[in-house]
Ligand binder design. Sequence first.
Ligand code: NAP
Length: 244
Amino acid sequence: MINRTAMITGASRGIGRVCALELARAGARVVLAARSLDKLEEVASEVRAAGGSAKTVVVDMSSRDSIQAGVAKAQKEFGPIHILVNNAAITKDGLALRMKPDDWDTVIQTNLTGSFTAMQAVMQGMMKERWGRMINISSVVGEMGNAGQANYVASKAGLIGLTKAIAREIASRNITVNAIAPGFIDTDMTAALSDELKKKMLEQIPLKRLGKAEDIAAAVKFLASDEAGYITGHVLDVNGGMYM
Ligand code: NAP
């Protein structure tokens, strides 16, 4: 049972949506954040239909002001955020040689700076509560690299460093900070890939299947629990064995 308030960014679809449903099922009050209000409301309705408690906040993770306003609104309505799941992210792939400065900047701004800003915004509330869980959704490519994704890989590797730095800073306040590094998960993000590329990816995965959003949500639920209270600064691979 997780009798806490959890904010999940990128909760309108994909992994974030399933994480929100899973945390709500475990008893958490969930704050669903993303840009598309209509989709967030659909997820909130799913949570409520299952007997849970959900609120939505429109947040653009590429904007500091928007993140700070979103967290402030959530805390006003729900009280302190005990669990932050930094899940929202974008890709703008291309080879480094031709990568547009804008594509570099937007990906770093959204995935890395946005996650940092959200952590900063919830930190004080967690410190006052003397309990907190920050869970950053990184990626297997942040650990092993990937051609054509310099911006995304840098953001995801940066998120791992950020996780460890903040974990050390706030451990004394009983706040844990961990990262999850998913492998290839079946969502909109991977639906865009060609069949040939998907076949190639499957060859690298010992468990011989793409991951499901539920595989990530289970790891999030565990790291958010009281039982995971002695784990901090860890990167949990959920990748079917593709990187060990
Ligand atoms: P997705 O299906 O593309 O969903 C992305 C989510 O992020 C959406 O809810 C989107 O909502 C939100 N988002 C995007 N830009 C945003 C912004 N500027 N402000 C606020 N919200 C924003 O992605 P996913 O596959 O579920 O991935 C979720 C996380 O897992 C990401 O961090 C991703 O890097 C990581 N991951 C995924 C895979 C994979 O194979 N799928 C593998 C490794 C890691 P709106 O569009 O409504 O804003």
